[in-house]
Design a protein around this ligand. Structure first.
Ligand SMILES: [Zn+2]
Length: 291
């Protein structure tokens, strides 16, 4: 293999940071077992305190990282957002993203605050957990705010690792038709509907895909290996794809996130774009890359 993980610098465009108590609850949820003792989600490899998570990313040549998070019920989004704001004040390499719950009465107020006062890059929407359609009317005012300010939304829009009625290309496109100029980051490259999401790159210049969990060598997403975008597609869309890991909520070593990509033996500049340059440009990151 010509390149290894250590040959590159990274911006992790899909990492999660939650307040420690909420992280604990998420990790227990992932690790729940059924009556037969089978795990429902997957074991979490990095159940670490916040500072250790940051140090770990730094040890992996990660120069900047997102704080993706989501509210799972009414009344917690503002608390999570405040925690992220404080976290980012002491961690300059964190890329602040917040969350929203569609029934919070003060949602416009707190979204305005994180975008305008705290300069968050945008919000993450996770319909698998939050259970609403991308095109939900309760979200229009929030969307308009994000659009007006040129901020970003990261959508878990695809059907992996499992589906409910709120995810999938069809639901996402209803939103996209209404908000075609929105700046959008699509988690997991839209898995498992890769082709359809890749196609959107031709029509929507403000849309990007992240590689999270797609090119790892072992099998978490069962349909992944056969359908995932081919090396030629990564090369043609090299300016529109961002490296992401889902750290720390992963059941394997962090470097598996880059291993499968490196095994494709793409040209060096393609890796530099996907691992670093695209996110650097998009998030206005000022750190310099290794040479
Ligand atoms: Zn994630």
């Amino acid at each position: 293999m010509p390149f290894t993980h250590d040959d590159f610098d990274y911006i992790d465009a899909h990492s999660h940071f939650f307040p420690p108590q909420i992280f604990k609850a998420i990790w227990s949820y992932f690790e729940q077992t059924d009556e037969k003792g089978n795990i429902k989600g997957w074991p979490i490899n990095y159940k670490l305190p916040t500072e250790e998570l940051v140090r770990f990313l730094e040890s992996q040549n990660v120069k900047a990282y997102t704080t993706y998070n989501y509210a799972h019920k009414e009344g917690v989004a503002e608390y999570i957002n405040e925690w992220v704001k404080d976290f980012c004040m002491t961690h300059k390499n964190a890329i602040p993203f917040g969350c929203v719950w569609p029934d919070d009465e003060n949602r416009i107020e707190y979204v305005k605050k994180i975008l305008e006062d705290h300069n968050f890059f945008g919000i993450k929407i996770q319909p698998l957990v939050q259970e609403f359609y991308p095109d939900d009317k309760r979200m229009y005012e929030v969307y308009n705010l994000i659009l007006d300010q040129g901020k970003w939304i990261c959508f878990h829009a695809g059907t992996a690792p499992y589906r409910n009625k709120y995810v999938g290309y069809k639901n996402f496109v209803k939103f996209l038709n209404k908000y075609s100029d929105m700046n959008l980051l699509i988690a997991h490259m839209g898995a498992f509907e890769y082709k359809k999401f890749l196609h959107l790159l031709d029509k929507h210049e403000n849309l990007y895909l992240d590689t999270t969990m797609i090119y790892i060598p072992d099998n978490i997403f069962p349909e992944r290996k056969s359908k995932r975008p081919k090396p030629e597609e990564l090369i043609s869309y090299q300016d529109r794809i961002l490296f992401g890991s889902d750290f720390p909520n992963i059941p394997y070593a962090y470097q598996f996130s880059t291993k499968g990509l490196l095994e494709l033996e793409l040209p060096k500049n393609v890796y530099q774009n996907i691992f670093f340059n695209n996110a650097k440009r998009l998030f206005n990151i000022t750190v310099e890359e290794l040479d």
